[in-house]
Design a protein around this ligand. Structure first.
Ligand SMILES: [Zn+2]
Length: 589
């Protein structure tokens, strides 16, 4: 929580939640709010809203919500102090002094810092080997043969790992303790007795892999000659996790945002070739299949992807998994299949950048591409048609959007000339179902609250900002509620409790939220996002009357409903206590 007078509080006052969230989510002004696609659940139509005045966000689909810090914590999966720092940095607010770390955290940070520095030194070492060592010059000549001039090698930081097996080790050994060398992933330990460290990368062309901030955190090494494996990457280390990194993203970021699409290629050489052709918005997965964190990372920059590897070729299963995952995450996926199954590197060399750009512009949506492939299957028999349908349906079933699935089913039926009613029906039914597990959307909570409660909540929160004597209005209203305990037994009891107890203080949405259970926080935020008219005391009185006129029997019936609904243990405890009170009261009558 941002406590009064704290640094967090200061950051919160200066930070504009719309601008901060706008860095992660594309927001559009809708009425007084901003809306966009929720980053916490998959959706096609925006149900995520940001309130510029109250400085809160709320998703009407999945129920996520909070203030600017909560947003950063949830999205970056970080702690509160880290979120405060992130927001402060984004707003250019100087951070007073380094945060107190636990000794363990300090050690880990130091280790990470040293590992990054070690990678920087290793990259310099490899680069020098490529240009100066005899062995390296052979590698450089090979790269030149593949169309990479010296300037390109320098631009992409390419290097060479010597074959001796301890060249890098000798270079770094005096500067770093052995434990750190081992943790870097740059070395392996001899398992056969001696237990010595030796260079993990030997006789390989080295591609530095950077995180999205541009720091080198790993390497990919391509074998010279027939050494196996052809590509060898750094293992997972404290600074590198392969599912969190996309090659070339650090250099592609700006153009990804500007052009609003990404070209996804398979390998380092492909990414380099496309980038050298003047098309900067290219990234490479450099792994078997695209992992979910990588897709999330990419989604921060664009949701439109042109996949430029032939889904038919090597690693087909992995490729299909990547594509299916992108579809499932509702990316707009297109496929650029270069003629003759050429890879981007080869194609660009032979046909040039203009030809590549032209094909890029014509890349069909992924499902069109698949339909094209299904049409090439033998569909002269009923069995052939079923096979073609079975080929397509799993992809259609991945689409989270039901309308889209049904549109595609109709298109497939007409393109594949599926006329038989039986097949049509099977297609329709398959499209109606979703293959993978879909989380049910939680129902809106606010409509369940009676209008009088809703209005009173709005008045308590808004009076100050909207009425001439707002503070007096709010305090009077709060007293009325407290005196007769009008909120007792309501589903919104604890929200009112939070709103009326600290009468002197002006309620702030995020502070209130901290005092509430998640379900209550959602109800409150849903109400807060509703547009409301200016209040009058007459209206307040009539709302109070509605609460006053509740009979104990009515309240008991409501309580019963709440108890049966899935309440949290704490809530349930409160509800049961109140039920007992009411039952006793009724028994005495
Ligand atoms: Zn959501």
């Amino acid at each position: 929580m941002a406590e009064a007078g704290s640094f967090a509080e200061k950051v919160k006052q200066q930070a504009d939640i719309v601008r901060i969230i706008g860095e992660y989510v594309r927001l559009k002004k809708t009425g007084q709010n901003f809306t966009g696609l929720c980053p916490f659940h998959q959706e096609k139509t925006p149900s995520f809203a940001v309130h510029p005045v109250r400085q809160i966000y709320h998703c009407f689909g999945c129920g996520a919500g909070g203030d600017v810090f909560k947003f950063v914590m949830e999205l970056d999966k970080c702690t509160f102090p880290e979120a405060v720092r992130t927001v402060a940095e984004k707003c250019g607010i100087p951070i007073p002094r380094p945060r107190e770390h636990s000794p363990e955290e300090r050690r880990e940070n130091q280790q990470r810092g040293a590992l990054v520095e070690m990678h920087r030194e290793a990259a310099t070492f490899f680069a020098r080997q490529l240009h100066e060592a005899a062995e390296g010059k052979v590698a450089a000549a090979y790269l030149e043969d593949r169309g990479l001039d010296r300037a390109a090698m320098t631009r992409f930081g390419l290097g060479f790992a010597p074959s001796s097996g301890d060249a890098l080790l000798r270079h770094l050994k005096s500067k770093y303790p052995e434990k750190l060398l081992e943790a870097s992933g740059l070395f392996s330990r001899d398992q056969s007795g001696s237990g010595r460290l030796y260079d993990r990368f030997r006789r390989r062309i080295m591609f530095p892999i950077s995180n999205d901030a541009g720091k080198i955190i790993a390497f990919g090494g391509r074998a010279m000659g027939d050494d196996q494996p052809k590509y060898l990457n750094s293992p997972e280390t404290p600074i590198y996790s392969k599912s969190n990194v996309l090659y070339h993203l650090d250099r592609a970021k700006e153009s990804l945002r500007r052009d609003d699409f990404a070209i996804l290629v398979e390998g380092y050489m492909d990414a380099i070739a496309v980038a050298r052709a003047g098309i900067a918005n290219v990234v490479a997965s450099c792994g078997t299949s695209l992992a979910e964190p990588q897709i999330k990372l990419l989604g921060r920059f664009t949701r439109r992807i042109v996949v430029n590897f032939d889904p038919d070729t090597a690693g087909q299963a992995a490729t299909e998994r990547s594509l299916a995952l992108l579809l499932e995450k509702e990316f707009d996926v297109r496929v650029l299949a270069l003629p003759g199954g050429a890879d981007p590197d080869k194609f660009l060399k032979e046909q040039g950048a203009d030809a590549y750009r032209k094909l890029l512009g014509q890349a069909p949506p992924y499902l069109d591409y698949l339909i094209g492939r299904a049409r090439q299957m033998d569909r002269s028999t009923a069995a052939g048609k079923v096979a073609a349908l079975n080929f397509l349906m799993p992809y259609v079933q991945r689409l989270p959007n039901r309308l889209l699935r049904s549109e595609w089913a109709t298109r497939i039926a007409s393109e594949l000339r599926v006329d038989e009613p039986v097949l049509r029906e099977a297609l329709r039914r398959a499209a109606a179902e979703r293959r993978s597990e879909v989380k049910p959307q939680p129902e809106l909570l606010a409509p369940a609250i009676r209008p009088a409660e809703r209005r009173l909540m709005q008045m308590l929160i808004e009076a100050e900002a909207r009425l001439p004597d707002g503070q007096g209005f709010r305090e009077r209203l709060a007293r009325e509620i407290i005196t007769d305990a009008l909120h007792r037994g309501l589903e919104t009891e604890r929200i009112f409790e939070a709103l009326v107890t600290r009468v002197g203080e002006r309620p702030d949405a995020a502070t209130l939220a901290a005092a509430l259970e998640e379900r209550e926080r959602r109800m409150l935020f849903e109400v807060l996002f509703e547009p409301s008219a200016e209040a009058t005391w007459e209206e307040a009185e009539s709302c109070l009357d509605v609460l006053r006129s509740r009979s104990p029997q009515q309240e008991l019936a409501e309580l019963q409903k709440l108890i049966e609904a899935k309440a949290t243990p704490a809530e349930l405890n409160r509800l049961l206590t109140r039920r007992l009170e009411l039952q006793r009261m009724l028994a005495r009558r």
